[in-house]
Design a protein around this ligand. Structure first.
Ligand SMILES: [Zn+2]
Ligand SMILES: [Zn+2]
Length: 326
């Protein structure tokens, strides 16, 4: 696995443009087509194999597990964007585990290694690992999206996540991981069955709020690793090819503002420009207001502005006031 000098030079210069028809087809095949298939199934199933109960359960379990990943696994456990007490720590650990993306310790180790070697040799999931030709990037996108999960070389927890491995509560959550798996798979079916008081209700809730929901959360998380290192815009200076992909804002709960995230990894807010929806940051803000979290590392507007490639964009940074001309 080597990255060509061409890749390393692009990280410091202009964004790579991969907007050709071939690349769009590639991205479509493994991200957009499955999503469209789900959307297409909705009107067909409505009234029979899909009801409001299924929709509400699917949205609720999507929110619980995606927040567990974005606010819990990512911004809290990996990057320490805020501090919290034992109760919320355990809650976030369980919510993240329910997304079925592995134990918190392994997730954190992989992700810290990703930041350390971002788009260079050693990155567990860089879409650029095979080179910069269209064929190589297509292969790399697949690897960054899902292929890397099957790599036998896992990031060592003892090196990258000793704090997580040393936490008694998180170790207990890891031990209980099989029970959490059963819970996240069956709970929607149990609720769907009880609410509709029917086996059919249990079955449809299992399909939409378990199978479809788990697949969607997986794909959206993986899209940050794949799409948000290839396509989109890169307004901030960073040594990798992390990028902003606006249309992922809602499902990714703000993790799609990936350019700022690599420039300021510990910041609790990734969507720092005006108009950039960051639901995870909104949630952290409301937790802060209710004193459930403290010492939140909100991005400092001056630091954010200093990392902009184009200084004229400063007026788009939230909370930034240009110094008065003297
Ligand atoms: Zn990244
Ligand atoms: Zn990160």
């Amino acid at each position: 696995m080597t990255l060509t000098p061409e890749v390393q030079s692009t990280s410091a210069s202009e964004p790579v443009q991969l907007n050709s028809a071939g690349m769009r087809v590639t991205i479509g095949v493994f991200v957009v087509v499955p999503l469209l298939a789900v959307l297409a199934a909705i009107p067909v199933a409505w009234g029979g194999w899909l009801s409001w109960v299924d929709v509400i359960l699917a949205v609720a379990f999507y929110a619980i597990t995606a927040i567990g990943i974005t606010v819990g696994y990512h911004r809290y456990f990996t990057h320490g964007s805020f501090k919290t007490g034992r109760g919320l720590k355990i809650t976030l650990g369980i919510m993240g585990s329910m997304a079925l993306q592995g134990s918190v310790a392994q997730w954190v180790a992989d992700h810290r290694k990703h930041h350390k070697f971002s788009d260079e040799v050693g990155d567990p999931h860089s879409p650029w690992r095979y080179g910069t030709s269209k064929r190589a990037v297509a292969k790399g996108l697949y690897y960054a999206h899902v292929g890397w999960l099957f790599d036998e070389n896992q990031s060592p927890i003892s090196k990258y996540a000793p704090d997580i491995a040393g936490d008694k509560d998180l170790r207990a959550i890891s031990r209980w991981f099989p029970a959490i798996v059963v819970g996240t798979l069956l709970l929607p079916a149990v609720l769907g069955g009880l609410i509709t008081w029917s086996w059919a209700g249990a079955l449809t809730a299992f399909f939409w709020a378990t199978l479809v929901r788990v697949a969607l959360v997986h794909h959206v998380t993986w899209s940050v690793n794949s799409i948000c290192h290839v396509f989109g815009t890169r307004p901030f200076e960073s040594r990798d090819l992390s990028s902003n992909v606006w249309w992922l804002a809602l499902p990714a709960l703000g993790e799609n503002w990936h350019s700022l995230h690599h420039a300021e990894p510990t910041a609790a807010r990734h969507g720092v420009l005006k108009g950039q929806l960051d639901i995870s940051a909104l949630l952290i803000r409301s937790l802060e207001r209710t004193h459930l979290v403290r010492d939140v590392r909100w991005p400092k507007p001056e630091r954010v502005v200093a990392k902009l490639k184009d200084p004229s964009m400063a007026k788009r940074v939230r909370g930034y006031r240009a110094p008065a001309a003297s």
